[in-house]
Design a protein around this ligand. Sequence first.
Ligand SMILES: [Zn+2]
Length: 398
Amino acid sequence: MQLALGLVPPWQVKGCAFDADRRRLDIEIDFARGSRFPCPACGKPDCPVHDTARQEWRHLDFFQHQAFLHARTPRITCPDCGVRQIAVPWARPGSGFTLLFEALAMTLMTAMPVAAAARLMGEHDTRMWRILHHWVEKARERADYAQVKRVAIDETAARRGHNYITLFVDIDKRRVLYVADGRDAGTVAQFADDLEAHNGDASRIKQVCIDMSGAFIKGVTDNLTEAEITFDKFHAVKLVNDALDKVRRAEAKTRPELKRSRYIWLKNEPNLPPDQAAQLGSLASTNLKTARAYRLRLAFQEVYTMPSRAWGELHFDRWFSWARRCCLEPMKQVALTLDRHRDGILRWFDSTIANGLIEGINSLVQAAKAKARGYRSTRTLKAITYLLAGKLDLRLPT
Ligand SMILES: [Zn+2]
């Protein structure tokens, strides 16, 4: 048993007790009488034991039975540092689990919801979360952001209809760098601080992709002063889609054929099933206002298919003047909004960055939300997001 546990002197197995009824194995570990330990603070060897306290740790299961280690853990007296608690080699200070148990717990929680991992291991999920927070925080402390140059920033709802979190994603390494509470300009300031705490530098960020929210623009302008802003093309198209849908909803009051047609106008035509494509085809060629708005939306998307920025500018400006003259108020409004952000929209031709690059990240974050479901604080959501999408080096014990 001593060999199986990998114990080295002065630690040794003193006894085992197996209780079939309670389905548990208890292993008593002790150190040899008169053992001396190095000081955990200064490393001075051979410090005498001052006193001991009994502790219990849950270890990996023994077959189908739970296994526990027990030991009296010593405090030593160091001539320089005084009385100090020493660490045992099989667990980290303050944990009721062995390191190997925690490593297995982390592996399971990476692969399945925390509640499912807790059931499988026969543990309470608050204790599982405590393990998760510890390893994620440690790994985050070590994370190195020195090379980060291009960042995508996006908000996501933390819980349905509730508060938001903002994600900062390293575009080149496709990893979540930072998760902030809220979606205001202050989140970017927090990110800049966090970057510096991880060997990074806000002035090294050269490219940023954001939506057109004033908060992010201000946050980036104030805190990532060297960064050029690209406005995310998916957000830009979404604004045009929202305007198109406003036109449709207003017109549907007098044109019943438009009711329940929202989906077919917003999807891109190749993605529609044949019957809806046919419906779109007949509606789109009419004089409906919605059909005009739809053609405007298609024309806006074409900006992004232009072969160069110069062509993109030309197409954008022609689109803008068309939209301004189209007599559809929502389209005129969105055209003004987009024109105010023209430079950042067209910067896409140079930077070619978009938040769609982090689609994979978004799906990981959705998975994180599912795993953290039922938890009131965003702390759990953040920790899971770092675990699944942060590409952290957890350095789990083996
Ligand atoms: Zn010492």
